[in-house]
Design a protein around this ligand. Structure first.
Ligand SMILES: C=CC1=C(C)c2cc3[nH]c(cc4nc(cc5[nH]c(cc1n2)c(C)c5CCC(=O)O)C(CCC(=O)O)=C4C)c(C)c3C=C
Ligand SMILES: [Fe+2]
Ligand SMILES: [Fe+2]
Length: 340
């Protein structure tokens, strides 16, 4: 299935006429969102919005909201803030890595697509997607292609971006559902792995570590896991890897439910026990580096693997690289061509 745009949310009778020189079409790159500061109160505000979304935690509200506000947020905000502080970027173009890279990626895609207005937005926190859509409308933009920066579709992430489009209806929008086997994107990921291995040497094993999901959601039809599998296979094939040279794993488990397996951590443990001394880890479910890749994989899991005498080499996300910007621009161009 190629990358496609299938989600329409067209405002009733919304046909503002274009005035002035502003482009009449916008491309909105949407990422998950992240705290505005690496402090416990900022993390608490962010997690309250994120984990308060029914798409993310589907428990009945009467049960979940008291649990979230009385148990999860008070105990989680301070330790998670410490983790954010350990990866925070300095400077005027800094902040949370997820926000900084998403902003820079939007600028890189803008260079690839000068006739559109390219902006970044966040599903939770700022810059809020809903406010961004209203800003575009107020600036006279007539339509917006929304590209969630999730290569694999999930009801917990992509569909939640769709919820905002349905609710907001500030201007006609279209959403790219996924791009997990888009040839340009696959090439960009495979090339980044090749370049990393050329620079640092080839390791004994390649882990494709994706953000996990409760197994229950996959059983209920969420296509996320099968899209992760298809993408990892396509990338491994481009690299010419034999089946025993790579493993697909899931990281970042949250809560008590059964999540997708095998876990990245348990797999690293098993590889160390088998005597594997060096592992490359790539995370193609993340468009840009964030707490889950920089703190969890590149710091925490890397330290644990080192305790077993091994070396974990983390391969960065595509971030604001030129090949990433080009791949996303091609996906956007194709989606816009279909939208007449
Ligand atoms: C890439 C796809 C993602 C899926 C699918 C996903 C599902 C999902 N996540 C949580 C809980 C948390 N995720 C957190 C951070 C986080 N998650 C993603 C992506 C996906 N999540 C990203 C890119 C990030 C990083 C954000 C950043 O600021 O860097 C967090 C916050 C950190 C923490 O408290 O540990 C939580 C919580 C659930 C429950 C879920 C599916 C049900
Ligand atoms: Fe997550
Ligand atoms: Fe995590």
């Amino acid at each position: 299935m190629p990358a496609h745009a299938s989600h329409d949310a067209v405002a009733d009778g919304a046909s503002t006429s274009s005035t002035g020189p502003a482009p009449d079409t916008a491309l909105v790159l949407v990422n998950l969102g992240t705290p505005d500061a690496s402090t416990a109160p900022a993390v608490r505000r962010y997690l309250a919005e994120f984990l308060g979304d029914r798409r993310v935690v589907g428990l009945p509200r009467w049960l979940w909201l008291p649990l979230l506000h009385l148990a999860v947020l008070p105990s989680r905000s301070a330790p998670v803030a410490k983790k954010y502080a350990s990866i925070w970027f300095d400077g005027a173009d800094g902040g949370s890595p997820l926000a900084a890279y998403t902003r820079r990626l939007a600028r890189a895609v803008q260079e690839e697509m000068p006739s559109l207005r390219v902006i970044d937005a966040m599903r939770y926190g700022t810059p809020a997607l809903s406010a961004r859509l209203r800003e575009l409308r107020d600036a006279g933009v007539r339509r917006a292609l929304v590209l969630p920066l999730y290569p694999q579709y999930s009801t917990t992430t992509t569909a939640s971006v769709g919820d905002v489009l349905e609710r907001e209806r500030a201007l006609p929008t279209r959403m790219v559902d996924d791009y997990h086997i888009d040839a340009g994107w696959l090439d960009a990921v495979a090339d980044s792995i090749r370049a990393h291995r050329a620079a640092y040497g080839e390791s004994g094993h390649l882990l494709f570590s994706f953000h996990g999901l409760p197994q229950r959601l996959v059983d209920a039809g969420d296509p996320y896991a099968s899209q992760c599998e298809a993408g990892a296979e396509a990338i491994a094939q481009r690299l010419g890897l034999a089946r025993d040279e790579w493993t697909l794993t899931y990281q970042s488990r949250f809560g008590r439910d059964k999540w997708l397996e095998p876990s990245t951590e348990a797999t690293l443990h098993a590889l160390a026990a088998r005597g594997v001394r060096s592992v490359d880890v790539v995370a193609p479910g993340f468009a840009v580096d964030c707490i889950e890749t920089l703190e969890e994989v590149a710091m925490m899991l890397s330290e644990k693997f080192a305790e077993h005498g091994g070396t974990l080499r983390y391969i960065p996300c595509l971030n604001d690289s030129r090949p990433h910007a080009r791949a996303l621009a091609d996906i956007a161009r194709r989606a816009l061509k279909d939208w007449i």
